[in-house]
Structures are given as structure tokens and as C-alpha cells.
Design a protein around this ligand. Structure first.
Ligand code: FES
Ligand code: FE
Length: 459
């Protein structure tokens, strides 16, 4: 099916039946509009403040396909600058991270300060005859830059709402679930690899608790995740309800927020909160989750957050992967390719054993050498190839699992559904995708975007 790239995109995502048109994973013109209407408009994750603590520290990140420099200027302010010289467009920064006093373009030598201002032009007197207004030719700056609990985001669109408003209850909870684990520091080295898939498939998979038993059967057989030892039948049942390191298809929760943010996956049964402590010494140290017992943390997370163990996605493409304290970006590289980035964190005060367990899991589960990501990547690659087919595109995909079955509950301003494995969060993400794609400005999106569903709704 061919589409006018200007939509309406709501016709490609049927939120009533849960059917999604396959062209959204394959069509070049749709992809290009995503770069404009989603990535150039959204708040994009840049880096953690611990990666750029001092003036001049920088980290190269991306907004869509565009390279940007996240840096700290001489005043200590966070800056996000488009990594493209204003003269002929050359990159002004080629290192992935480091410390610089300024950014010198290697083509003709224009030099930019840490705040992006143009501070040096070779031949300014002799060739330009002082006719170039340097104040007008600084690097393009992000529309807004902000940090939430040390996690730095930027949007290229000055009309975007402020970061905290954009995140809303659900986006903030998604980050709180990692930020409240303690003073977090980054593990040196960001893992990056390319997978032959559309970026949206990699996003919708993060909510998917339907696939592990099948996709990852061999990884589990190989011991990718260490099973708890010496447990009685009763222990096993308690552990399932307590959601420590297991997969529980029956105890699931999905949380739906504004602008497409969502959290999906296991929930901890409230009565199991108290029994978690007795297991921490018997399971992999990676699963040590006792920060949830801290009353201050409970205050921040609220009742729903404290019992949520699922996976948050900050729309569009930031997965807060709680298992090994990681963040993952699904960066678009054309309709058929995605660059996956993994940032790994450890709590500063964690024991050496725990830090080693976190890094070990980060290396062996996801990332280029990760057992699970290889399984997942293979599936997404095959899906993406098949989406291109003219015949295949006559048949939509099905995202209807469990939707409409259980009504929404609301507590502490958060809309959530406690149920079994389902595809609510995936469909919510595609619904938001269509709204972002149909809105031609932030003003329009603010008007038309879906807010968190009301109590008793059946989205
Ligand atoms: Fe940068 Fe010419 S392209 S100075
Ligand atoms: Fe997987």
C-alpha cells in the first residue's frame, strides 16, 4: 500500500482493533517524516551528567540521524550543539567523548567556543574584510537542554514543553526507577552496534514479555540468567509474586502516560514486597532491589511505582532497562537499520561483587555480545526484511493482545492496568507515534495527543 507521506497516520494505527499497517516499518518517506516530526521535536536523551562533569567535557550523541555535541561550557551550563560547521557543514568534533577548550573545524579552521559561538575565522581580516557577522554564525544550538536527576535531554524545538512537563508522571517514574537506586555513575564505554531493523520494532520489543520463553529459550538453557538455587515450591511461588529475577506471565502491569511514555512488564504483588529481603542472598546480586524498601524512595515512586518492575520507554526511543542498570537508545539509521546504544550504570556505593555482576550482565545479556540481543536482533531483522514486501504490506500486524480486557485503575495520578501479558504498551506507543506524525507543530501535538487514560477506561 502506498501512502501520502503527510498522513493521516492515524489510519495506519487502528487503536480499536489493534492493527498496525506494515508500511510504517518500510516506507522511506514515512521514515524521513519521523526524523522531522518525532526526533527533531522530541526530548532526546543525550548522556548522564557524570559523563561531562567539568567545563569542556563533551559527549557526542544523536538527535535522529544528526550528530550533536553535549558539553559543559565555561560557566558550567549544559550545551547541546549541532555537530556541523556553519561554513561547509563539516563535523567540528570527531571524538566520541573527551575534553576540549573549543571545537576547531578541520576543513578551513573556523573555531567555536564551548557555548557554540563562533570565536575564530582564519582570514577574517584579509579575506572576509571583516564583513562576516560572527555573532550570527555560531553552531546551531538545541532549542532546550535540561537534566532530570542527572540524565541530560535536549530538544531541537524551542516550542516543546519543558522536560519535566514532557516526561509527566510516567516518564519521571521511568527515570526514577533507575535514579533512585543511589548515586549512579556511568561505566566507562558505551556499547554500540547496528541491527538490521526498523527502530520501532526495537522499541516495541522492550515491553514484550511474550517472547522470552520462545526467543530466548536457548539463552536460558545456556544459563544466561542464573536461576535462584535451592528453592522450595513455596519459595518459587513467593519469588514469582515478588518478581526477583524471574518472568511471571501472570503478574504484569502496564502504565500509560502522555506523549507516548509507557512502562510495561512484571509487577510485584503488594504482599510480596515484605518477603523480598529474604531472597536477596540467594539470587544473583544483580537482582538486589532493596532500594524499594527505603521510605524516601517509596515517597518518590509512589505505591504504583514501588511495585512496578517492568520496562519504561521514554518516548520515542529511550529504554530504561532496569535489570542491569542500563539505558538503551534505539537510534534510527534509515527505515531498515537501527543503531543500538547501551549505557551501563552502577550505584557508587555498591559492593565490588555487585558492580562486577552488573557489568557482567550488561556484557552478556544485551549489547554486541549479548545473548538476548542476538536472539532479538535476528527476529527484528527478519521482520524488517519481510515488511518491505508488496504482498506482505497488504496485511497488517496484530497488537491486540489483552487490550480492552481489563479496565484502567488510577492511583497517585498514574493510570495503570494490572493484568497478564498484554500488548497495551506497544499499541499505546504506536498510537502516540501516529499522533506525533499527524501533528505539524508542537502547538498541534499539545492539543491532539492522548493523555493518560481515565479510571475504568479500556484503551
Ligand atoms: Fe568548517 Fe569550512 S567547513 S571551516
Ligand atoms: Fe528479548
Amino acid at each position: 500500500m502506498l501512502h501520502d507521506a503527510r498522513g493521516p497516520f492515524s489510519s495506519l494505527v487502528d487503536v480499536t482493533t489493534g492493527l498496525v499497517d506494515r508500511s510504517i516499518y518500510a516506507d522511506q518517506s514515512i521514515y524521513e517524516l519521523e526524523l522531522e516530526r518525532i526526533f527533531a521535536r522530541a526530548w532526546n536523551f543525550m548522556c548522564h551528567e557524570s559523563q561531562i562533569p567539568k567545563a569542556g567535557d563533551f559527549f557526542l550523541s544523536f538527535i535522529g540521524e544528526e550528530s550533536v555535541i553535549a558539553t559543559r561550557d565555561k560557566k558550567g551550563e549544559l550545551q547541546v550543539l549541532l555537530n556541523s560547521c556553519r561554513h561547509r557543514g563539516n563535523a567540528v568534533c570527531r571524538a566520541e567523548s573527551g575534553n576540549a577548550r573549543s571545537f576547531l573545524c578541520t576543513y578551513h579552521g573556523w573555531t567555536y567556543g564551548l557555548d557554540g559561538s563562533l570565536i575564530g575565522v582564519p582570514g577574517y581580516k584579509d579575506f572576509y574584510h571583516e564583513q562576516l557577522d560572527k555573532s550570527q554564525w555560531g553552531l546551531v544550538k538545541a532549542g532546550k537542554v535540561a537534566s532530570y536527576k542527572g540524565f541530560v535531554f535536549a530538544t531541537m524545538d524551542p516550542e516543546a514543553p519543558d522536560l519535566e512537563e514532557y516526561l509527566g508522571e510516567v516518564g519521571r517514574m521511568g527515570i526514577d526507577l533507575i535514579a533512585e537506586r543511589g548515586d549512579m555513575e556511568i561505566v566507562e564505554g558505551i556499547q554500540k552496534n547496528l541491527i538490521g531493523c526498523n527502530w520501532k520494532l526495537a522499541v516495541d520489543n522492550l515491553f514484550d514479555w511474550y517472547h522470552p520463553q520462545i526467543s530466548h529459550a536457548s539463552a536460558f538453557m545456556a544459563g544466561a540468567v542464573r536461576e535462584p538455587q535451592n528453592l522450595t515450591q513455596q519459595d518459587m511461588m513467593q519469588l514469582q509474586k515478588a518478581q526477583i529475577g524471574g518472568l511471571s506471565p501472570m503478574h504484569q502491569r502496564v502504565i500509560l502516560g502522555g506523549y507516548g511514555h509507557a512502562i510495561g512488564g512484571p509487577r510485584i504483588e503488594e504482599e510480596a514486597l515484605d518477603i523480598r529481603s529474604k531472597f536477596y542472598d540467594r539470587v544473583d546480586p544483580i537482582f538486589d532491589d532493596r532500594y524499594r524498601e527505603d521510605p524516601k524512595v517509596q515517597d518518590v515512586l509512589g505505591g504504583v511505582g514501588v511495585t512496578t518492575a517492568g520496562h519504561p520507554n521514554i518516548f520515542p526511543n529511550l529504554w530504561v532497562a532496569l535489570g542491569a542498570h542500563q539505558l538503551s537508545l534505539r537510534l534510527p539509521r534509515g527505515p531498515h537499520q537501527t543503531e543500538i546504544w547501551w549505557f551501563t550504570f552502577t550505584p557508587k556505593d555498591a559492593t565490588p561483587d555487585r558492580k562486577a555482576a552488573i557489568v557482567g550482565m550488561a556484557n552478556s545479556i544485551f549489547g554486541a555480545a549479548g545473548l538476548l540481543e542476538q536472539d532479538d536482533g535476528e527476529n527484528w531483522d527478519q521482520s524488517t526484511r519481510a515488511m518491505r514486501g508488496v504482498v506482505a504490506q497488504r496485511y497488517p500486524l496484530n497488537f491486540a493482545m489483552g487490550t480492552g480486557a481489563t479496565p484502567v485503575a488510577v492511583a497517585g495520578g498514574v493510570s495503570y492496568i494490572d493484568t497478564t501479558i498484554n500488548e497495551h504498551a506497544q499499541l499505546w506507543t504506536y498510537r502516540a507515534w501516529a499522533e506525533w506524525m499527524d501533528a505539524d507543530s508542537w502547538a498541534a501535538l499539545k492539543q491532539t495527543h492522548s493523555t493518560a487514560p481515565a479510571a475504568d477506561a479500556r484503551p
